[in-house]
Write a protein that binds this ligand. Structure first.
Ligand SMILES: [Zn+2]
Length: 85
């Protein structure tokens, strides 16, 4: 039994919060986090958000599009696709 099944992640507010967190904790263009200033790989909110999004069966990379969308990284889960389970 995975996290998605346990928590109903796809329908949860937790998933929405993590998607928004990922939008804030994005690459600032220099490999650092735009929100907390940590090196991107060391940004804990970013890492944890990506884990939750992945646990919901979605691809975190599809939500991490801040640089492509000019600072607006929010993508509705139904638009990002991902496997259904
Ligand atoms: Zn950060």
């Amino acid at each position: 039994m995975n996290l998605n099944q346990v928590l109903g992640l796809r329908r949860s507010g937790l998933l929405q919060v993590c998607i928004e967190l990922l939008a804030h904790h994005r690459d600032d263009g220099s490999g650092g986090c735009a929100r907390c200033g940590a090196p991107l790989a060391a940004c804990v909110p970013r890492r944890n958000s990506m884990k939750v999004i992945a646990s919901a069966g979605l691809d975190p990379v599809k939500f991490d599009t801040a640089t492509l969308l000019d600072g607006c990284a929010y993508v509705r889960p139904e638009l990002a696709g991902g496997g259904s389970s």
